[in-house]
Write a protein that binds this ligand. Structure first.
Ligand code: ADP
Ligand code: MG
Ligand code: MG
Length: 246
């Protein structure tokens, strides 16, 4: 059963035509990796699915659970269960991690957790992510290392309980220990009807997450689909191997 269906999607950024008729289907429960050269539009695709208005959809449609969401705003898509972990999470001075996560989870899930329940859940998640409790009162991402920023994205994912999780290069800037912790936590959080779209350049995270499908994004389209073996070939031979019609 399709969770997300993208049909003939065209997206422009700053008047540059980036996605040019992209088709993609992600099934419920699936882990789907998107690989592709730098600048091919992987982040653009994630932002367009999330509804960021800077990424202008000029053609095609996005269906989520069968519903056309192409014209919905970011917050409306978030409420439907779409979540994007940013490639470069923003620093937000003045808003603590606790505050940000508690507020956004209340808005997105429509459920107001008690203080006690929130604290318990937060403690559990921080332990899983190998982060100290001190982070709860720090300003969101301010002064965080690359790895801590990515862990904080996973923390948000845990509280927002999305149906579609997009991880945009969650593995970039992580050392091996942090990568393992992040990947294992994501696996623990994944439920049977949750789908994960993971954007990456590397096999390392795919060895942990074990994607069902790997799609290659090049020249504004998905040009090839395969299984884990495709990721191995790409890492070994590069994208020209696909471009040259392999
Ligand atoms: P990838 O994630 O695959 O590396 P991106 O989606 O980030 O690729 O970028 C695709 C193209 O769109 C690039 O040429 C990039 O310079 C351009 N682009 C992406 N985001 C923006 C933006 N916010 N403003 C201007 N250009 C952008
Ligand atoms: Mg890039
Ligand atoms: Mg990117």
């Amino acid at each position: 059963e399709a969770l997300l269906e993208i049909k003939d999607l065209h997206v422009e950024v700053e008047d540059k035509h980036i996605l040019k008729g992209l088709n993609l289907t992600i099934k419920k429960g699936e882990i789907h990796a998107i690989m592709g050269p730098n600048g091919s539009g992987k982040s653009t695709l994630c932002h367009a699915i999330m509804g960021n208005p800077r990424y202008r959809i000029t053609g095609g449609e996005i269906l989520f659970e069968g519903e056309n969401i192409t014209n919905l705003k970011v917050n409306e898509r978030a409420k439907k269960g779409i979540f994007l972990s940013f490639q470069s999470p923003e620093e937000i001075p003045g808003i603590t991690v606790d505050n940000f996560i508690r507020t956004s989870s209340t808005i997105v899930t429509g459920q107001n957790m008690s203080m006690l329940q929130f604290a318990k859940e937060m403690q559990k998640m921080l332990e899983l992510l190998d982060m100290s409790a001190e982070y709860r009162t720090r300003y969101l991402n301010v002064g965080f290392s690359g790895g801590e920023k990515k862990k904080t994205e996973v923390l948000q994912m845990a509280f927002l309980k999305p149906k579609l999780v997009m991880l945009d290069e969650i593995d970039s800037g992580l050392d091996i220990d942090a990568l393992k912790v992040v990947a294992e936590t994501i696996k623990k959080l994944k439920t049977e009807d949750m789908a994960i779209l993971v954007v990456t350049h590397y096999n390392r995270i795919l060895n942990y997450l074990e994607p069902d499908v790997i799609s290659v994004l090049m020249d504004g389209k998905i040009v090839k689909e395969g299984d884990k073996e495709l990721a191995r070939i790409l890492e070994e031979k590069g994208y020209d191997f696909v471009r040259n019609g392999a």
